[in-house]
Structure formats: C-alpha cells, structure tokens
Design a protein around this ligand. Structure first.
Ligand SMILES: Cc1ncc(COP(=O)(O)O)c(C=O)c1O
Length: 380
C-alpha cells in the first residue's frame, strides 16, 4: 500500500513528451516527481512550479486541521458524507452524484480507469495537464493528442474528427493547464451535442475559481447540461489552498457516478482533509478573497513582464505562461540554481515557461532572478 501510494505521487507530475529530461509517456513508471527531479536547489526553495496557493489555507480551514489532529487515529466515518452533502447542496445535485477523491487526481484517474482500456481512445489537447494521458497510457488505451488552436483553446473540431468510429474518453481542461486559457462554453456545448455516444467527457475545472471577466466561460457545474456522459472535476488544492490535504471531487449523473465507484480507493479522503475542506467550503470569503488577490497578483505579473518587454499569454488561472525567448529548460535550470522552482517544460511550447503566482515577496525574488538571466536571445 505504502509503495503504491508513493508511486502514485511520483507519477503525478510527469512531463509528457519531455524526452530530454523525463521518460516518454509510454513508460510512466519513472523514479521521481517533478520536484525531486528539480532537486539541487539549496534548501527552502521558492515554489512557483505546481500552481499551489502560496497564501495557504484560510484561517477556518487551518483551525479545522489543527482541531482534527486528535481524530487522526480514527478512520473517517461521517466526514465523507458531510462534505458530499455540502457540495451537493451548493451545486444543486443529489449526493449520489458527487464523489470525493484524494485530490481531483483521484477523480480523474477513476474516470480513466472506468472508461478507458485496450481498444479505447483518450482524446486530449496538447499541451494540457499530462496526468490523464499518463494514466490512460497505463490502461493500454490509444492516445489521440490534438494541438490547441492558435488562441490556446481546445480544437474541438479536431477532437471530434479523432472521435469518429471509436470508443473512449475526451479530456477537456478548462481553464487549461499550462496555457491558463479558456475554451468557450458555447463551443463546448456544440461539441457535446455532436460527440459520438460512445465517448464520455472529463471536464477538469481545477482552476475555475480564478476566471474573471470572461463572458465566454461558464462552468458546467454552475449551468449544468443534461448529459450523462459528462463528468466535471473540481479541487480544493487551488483556490482553497489545501493541496497537501488532498481533496477533490467529481459531479456526474448518478448512473455515471455509480459506474466509476469500483475505481474508488477505500478511505482515500482523510478525516483531516475532509474537515478542512468543509471548513473552507463554508467560509463565504474564501473564494472571493482568493480570486481577488490572485487577480491583483496577475496584474502585477503583467506589469513586471511588460516593463521587461516580455510577452505573456493572458491568464485565467493562478499561473502565467511567459514567452522566455529561449529554451524553457535553460530558464528552469537558471531558476533552480537560484533556488526558485518554476514549472516543467510543456512541449511543444518549448520557449515558454509556466510560472505559478507566489506571494509578492516570492515574485520580487522571481523577477530579481529573471533579471540575472543573460540578456542574449531575449526577444527584440
Ligand atoms: C488541471 C489540473 N487538474 C487536476 C490537478 C490535480 O490536482 P489535485 O489532485 O491536487 O486536485 C491539477 C494539479 O495541478 C491540475 O493542474
């Protein structure tokens, strides 16, 4: 059990197609995660590499974690149900439509395990969050990667073309990691209508709460569609600052949720994590405060980038893709040597680096280290 869990974490942040530094997608059982591969920095690095919430959990969630310490010797009993009921009530769905996971990664993996396998196909964008493709490869499914459009949206026509005649799962990450960009709601609705009935759709809304001023975006939980083939995932790791507590969830039709249940790990959600998540969920300030602070951090990032004539992709998340004007690997190594971790390479965007937004102090250090980069090769 301990070994399986370690492997799970080790495989979490694999870099799809980063052949130079990481094994290929066909062999995802590799011996290190992105952070251990970046090792070599000197103690307490600044972590701008995993799109975490640099400000930590809210005081309420923090208090729930502390207050739960004395229950750490017990298996969870009612904690799972309490959180499911709260989530279901807010989304206006029945509790049997909600599944909690050990991070939304577990929910994503459950969908992969249920709807993929030999003879089936995962259709996904490139670049996107690689985890789903890695787990799909493990099942023996075919992988159909479809490049993003020039606006960094999912190429839904291209994805539809790959779906013809097959069976499987389409993975849509909206907003997309690593580009921090949106795929318009109306295009997704049209896509869902045209998609062959033999495909399920996994809609990953991990960064939903950071979207601002984007009329083209509406979550499939905020305005549901009647489609039993749609599974929406969310996480407590990002806006709620609970990545280390490992809580995520999926919402789907009751029959779809039931079909994924055999993939669920027993007691995957801890007493501490569930209680912290419930406290965060019930904290009316958590989302507006986190989103507002993130929007201010994004604006400051753009300002700093502009003052250096650097190009960024406009972000709807808590990270930004920055055109580095040189190979990402060089920039990553430069930052690592200066004790700052930034995102892994995301082929084919080999000249971009993904920067998770940190606290203002973190970001001051980021820009200080950026300014130490040799000036050669910077975009004119
Ligand atoms: C798009 C996306 N989905 C899901 C996850 C998994 O997050 P967690 O398992 O912490 O919920 C991540 C993590 O960074 C992500 O970027």
């Amino acid at each position: 059990m301990a070994i399986a869990r370690r492997q799970f974490f080790q495989q979490m942040f694999t870099g799809l197609g980063v052949a130079a530094t990481l094994p290929s997608i066909a062999s995802s059982a590799w011996p290190g995660n992105w952070r251990t591969l970046q090792a070599g920095s000197t103690g307490n690095p600044i972590l701008l590499d995993s799109n975490e919430n640099a400000y930590g959990p809210s005081p309420q969630a923090y208090a729930a974690l502390e207050g739960s310490a004395s229950a750490a010797n017990r298996y969870p009993k009612h904690e799972y149900e309490d959180l499911v009921e709260a989530i279901a009530a807010r989304h206006g769905v029945k509790p049997e439509q909600v599944t909690l996971g050990c991070g939304s990664s577990e929910n994503l993996r459950m969908a992969v395990g249920t709807f993929l396998g030999p003879g089936k196909t995962l259709i996904y964008a490139t670049p996107t969050f690689e985890f789903v493709a890695h787990r799909a490869a493990d099942t023996g499914a075919q992988l159909a990667a479809v490049p993003l459009t020039k606006d960094y949206a999912h190429d839904l026509d291209g994805m539809l073309a790959r779906a013809s005649g097959g069976v499987g799962l389409v993975y849509v990450c909206n907003p997309n990691n690593p580009t921090a960009t949106l795929t318009p709601r109306q295009d997704l609705e049209a896509f869902l209508e045209k998609l062959p009935a033999s495909y399920y759709v996994l809609m990953d809304e991990a960064y939903h709460h950071f979207v601002m001023d984007a009329p083209e975006y509406t979550s499939f939980l905020d305005r549901p569609v009647d489609n039993a083939r749609l599974i929406v995932t969310r996480t407590f790791s990002k806006i709620y600052g609970l990545a280390g507590a490992r809580i995520g969830y999926s919402v789907a039709a009751a029959e779809t949720t039931r079909s994924m249940a055999p993939q669920k790990m027993m007691f995957a959600v801890s007493v501490l994590g569930a209680r912290a998540a419930l406290a965060a969920w019930n904290d009316a300030d958590a989302v507006p405060k986190g989103a507002g602070r993130n929007a201010a951090d994004r604006r400051e990032f753009y300002k700093q980038a502009k003052s250096r004539s650097l190009e960024v992709i406009e972000s709807q998340t808590n990270f930004v893709m920055l055109q580095a004007g040189r190979p990402a690997q060089e920039v990553i190594e430069h930052f690592r040597a200066n004790n700052v971790m930034i995102g892994r390479p995301f082929p084919p965007m080999t000249d971009y680096v993904r920067i998770s937004l940190g606290t203002p102090t973190d970001m001051q250090e980021f820009w200080r280290v950026w300014d130490l980069l040799p000036a050669k090769n910077l975009p004119a």
